[in-house]
Design a protein around this ligand. Sequence first.
Ligand code: NAD
Ligand code: LMR
Length: 353
Amino acid sequence: MEFSSDANQRIARLAAHLQPQMEESSILRRADCRAKGGSPGFKVAILGAAGGIGQPLAMLMKMNPLVSVLHLYDVVNSPGVTADLSHMDTGAVVRGFLGQPQLESALTGMDLVIIPAGVPRKPGMTRDDLFNINAGIVKTLCEGVAKCCPNAIVNLISNPVNSTVPIAAEVFKKAGTYDPKRLLGVTTLDVVRANTFVAEVLGLDPREVNVPVVGGHSGVTILPLLSQVKPPSSFTPDETEYLTNRIQNGGTEVVEAKAGAGSATLSMAYAAVKFADACLRGLRGDAGVVECAFVASEVTELPFFATKVRLGRTGAEEVYQLGPLNEYERVGLEKAKEELAGSIQKGIAFIKK
Ligand SMILES: NC(=O)c1ccc[n+]([C@@H]2O[C@H](COP(=O)([O-])OP(=O)(O)OC[C@H]3O[C@@H](n4cnc5c(N)ncnc54)[C@H](O)[C@@H]3O)[C@@H](O)[C@H]2O)c1
Ligand SMILES: O=C(O)C[C@H](O)C(=O)O
């Protein structure tokens, strides 16, 4: 069938609109697109957006009314994820970026960068077994952040968080862009799990429960403070032992159940969005936004530690003290600090070597 040149132009325009908004390779270039992301809101990038966490996280961020522009970066499959999500009739404009040459475009102008890039555990592995691969990935991505959006808040999910956060801090120090308030290791999944398991034991709705979880994000470094649960509750020694073990091993529980197909992705995406939304509310200037996170800290003698932090316009503006601990928690704290010290040092040494 023959078309007039007018019809051909209309078809070409339609075809262009059907393409995902991929940087460079797109027929419909960003400059030609009417949706410029000009609506009020924050610009958020997800690095590792095509992964098990990245995809549901990207979907939930596309649904977040605080987000005006969502950049999806990965080394594989980001065009498909971008095309798919770009059809959702929510406010955020989605743009995809594929591979290292597009990292800078993905990061330029971002307010918040969420990093779930890297390999997940298989049964029998510790999070530290991921260090050799994920350390290099986090280093490269953070070098990009330092260059292209040095003022962005960074939410670091890639494991081992106890080492990847110190790696990121060293990368930023080297680049001269380090602001400890803006680098946050995401430990929200530990809190989400703790709320769920404690609610089960107490027979409450998990949405009514809040459990501070401090320390770090691996094994004994995950320290739930059951003495500070809200609403105030008491636990028998057996309940305390059961809950502490279950919270500390929640990640392994999922890794084993998935039997080689990865680690927590859906609950992690939920937790990541809960935390990212809190960061965005802080950036907007909301008062009283408090979450646990693994940050630069003077709460203990260690340079990084997870505690409650108050999120504001400049990131983690206040790092809260631990509060009163019971004997069980004091013993747990000593074990946590011992393991954390080695993991933090390993991260720092990776960049300094
Ligand atoms: N902090 C936490 O509570 C928490 C919870 C769950 C998982 N994790 C960690 O998150 C990470 C990702 O887990 P997942 O299940 O999504 O894994 P996955 O393998 O499903 O996805 C990872 C994605 O990262 C991408 N990627 C790899 N190298 C990259 C690079 N250089 N730049 C950009 N993207 C890159 C991959 O292509 C993939 O799409 C793992 O390290 C995992 O251990 C952390
Ligand atoms: O356990 C893992 O390896 C992933 C993550 O850290 C989790 O806690 O689920």
